[in-house]
Design a protein around this ligand. Structure first.
Ligand code: ADP
Ligand code: MG
Length: 247
């Protein structure tokens, strides 16, 4: 695999918050084009911090991050351009409540990328069909279930035609019976070759979909492995203890 296919390169990254809390210490991670990497670990272990540093939502204290060939924390990097190439989906859906579903999908392509209204609309409708919500285009987010809203949020991120998708616990706020419909959409994306970093507690999803699973604890990447070995015979005592609690 050539160097250019490494889309995310995190090198020895440290992050100390203003209040002195250590968010990340010595974190290194590579993600190649088409890879799905799941990140698991206890609450407070730095998973969200790591994801947020990838598109410079969070400054770092040490190390370097390159995404899509750009040095993320270099002040010369055009962050708006970079962020347009990185889709992000959060636990809370963050849709614009006063806009229709269709408008939610059309806004960023029109405003950020200057896509013509007709083209933006076409693409938005196609994406709604893809996430199974073609009939919800004219509704407002508040009229939808949590699972439907999260599928809209995924479609909205895809509307920018990102090269990488970042997910931070996308199903953690959902009722249990709505989790599957969101994971199914993510599975389709993965099968289409989307490069994905997914913070999740859904071990079944990680095992079935991830190419690699990363375990974080106390701001560090403690262990990473292919899913099969990660979940059945991890060569790490702390991960075994964690899995013993959650599985
Ligand atoms: P996770 O997503 O794995 O639950 P986080 O990345 O949110 O963990 O948090 C890692 C550590 O950084 C925790 O100790 C958390 O309390 C701390 N932290 C997170 N965000 C902030 C912040 N904005 N200010 C100060 N400390 C923070
Ligand atoms: Mg988190």
């Amino acid at each position: 695999m050539t160097e250019s296919q490494v889309l995310i390169e995190v090198r020895e990254v440290g992050k100390v918050y203003g209040n002195g809390v250590v968010g990340l210490r010595g974190v290194s991670l590579q993600v190649k084009r088409g890879e799905v990497v799941c990140i698991i670990g206890p609450s407070g272990s730095g998973k969200s911090t790591l994801l947020r540093t990838l598109n410079a939502l969070e400054p770092i204290s040490a190390g370097e991050i390159r995404v899509l060939g750009e040095s993320v924390h270099d002040p010369r990097t055009d962050l708006n351009r970079l962020r347009a190439r990185l889709g992000m989906v959060f636990q809370s859906f963050n849709l614009f409540p006063h806009r229709t579903v269709l408008d939610n999908l059309m806004l960023a392509p029109r405003v950020v990328s200057g896509v013509k209204p007709e083209r933006a609309r076409e693409r938005a409708l196609a994406l709604l069909a893809k996430v199974g919500l073609a009939d919800k285009a004219d509704m407002h987010p508040g009229q939808l279930s949590g699972g439907q809203q999260q599928r809209v949020a995924i479609a909205r991120a895809l509307a920018m035609q990102p090269e990488i998708m970042l997910f931070d616990e996308p199903t953690s706020a959902l009722d249990p019976e709505k989790v599957g419909e969101v994971l199914d959409v993510m599975k389709v994306l993965a099968s289409e070759g989307m490069t994905m970093c997914v913070v999740t507690h859904e071990m079944g999803f990680a095992r079935a979909v991830a190419h690699r699973v990363v375990f974080m604890e106390a701001g560090e990447i403690v262990y990473e492995d292919a899913p099969e070995r990660f979940f059945t015979a991890p060569a790490n005592e702390r991960l075994r203890a964690f899995l013993g609690q959650v599985l």
